[in-house]
Design a protein around this ligand. Structure first.
Ligand SMILES: C[S@@+](CC[C@H](N)C(=O)[O-])C[C@H]1O[C@@H](n2cnc3c(N)ncnc32)[C@H](O)[C@@H]1O
Length: 221
């Protein structure tokens, strides 16, 4: 099987995106495991993870390093956070999730991955978890709420290190189902700019996710 490196910790295996499994022999969401030259890789499903979809769609600003600290908003059951945990194996992923049901599944993943820290809290109230979260290199937000841009910006202001990067997985339909997604993307982008955030890259997530756009942002403090 042929394997090439796409980014730090991200590989391409026969047209699929993959990460090296930090927790050998264990799956997180039923993903395929592949062994190549004594190493085990997890195939990263773009229909289950927007970050994998963005990579397949040409995402260029890939900021995750082996020791990155990441604040992940909307961690759900840990699907995407687990792949980031593979990549940033010597870093930390603070996983904020407000649904107790999802948190139960997330806890199982965090118990097996020492670089993932579960936080049961509301991402619209970032001050709540100030005693748990340090400054981070990356704020990643995947929270399907009407105020998703605002909560992303609030968390960036509070937790992002200088020269850090923010990734916002914007779901147009959660902001307004009656408006054209294209219009919403424009409005949300200008909202980010007005508040001092620089959009460095935009990637549509079609055909893996409908009406979604990944915004990659910097913030000048
Ligand atoms: C689209 S899912 C996230 C999927 C996940 N990011 C992944 O790729 O594996 C959105 C998650 O955000 C959570 N959520 C919604 N509003 C939230 C809030 N205010 N604070 C924290 N989590 C929230 C939901 O419970 C849900 O689990």
């Amino acid at each position: 099987m042929e394997i090439t490196q796409k980014f730090n910790g991200v590989y391409e295996i026969e047209g699929h995106v993959a990460t090296e499994n930090l927790n050998q022999g264990t799956k997180v969401y039923g993903e395929r495991l592949v062994e190549i030259e004594g190493k085990e890789y997890r195939i990263w499903d773009p229909r289950r993870s927007k970050l994998s979809a963005a990579i397949l769609n040409g995402f260029e600003t890939f900021p995750f390093e082996e020791d990155s600290k990441v604040l992940y908003l909307g961690a759900s059951a840990g699907t995407t956070p687990s792949h980031i945990s593979d990549i940033s194996k010597n870093g930390l992923i603070y996983c904020v999730e407000f649904s107790p049901r999802m948190m139960r599944n997330l806890m199982d993943v965090c118990n097996e991955r020492k670089n993932m820290i579960p936080i049961l809290d509301d991402a619209t109230k970032p001050k709540n978890y100030m005693n748990l979260v340090q400054k981070v290199d990356i704020v990643y937000s995947d929270v399907a709420q009407p105020n998703q841009s605002e909560l992303f910006m609030d968390n960036m202001r509070l937790y992002l290190k200088e020269n850090g990067i923010g990734i916002l997985m914007l779901k147009a339909r959660s902001i307004d189902v009656t408006k054209a997604p294209k219009k919403i993307f424009k409005e949300e982008e200008s909202k980010l700019k007005t508040h001092g955030f620089k959009v460095v890259e935009k990637v549509k997530l079609k055909p893996y996710e409908k009406d979604h756009m990944a915004f990659i942002c910097e913030f000048s403090f």
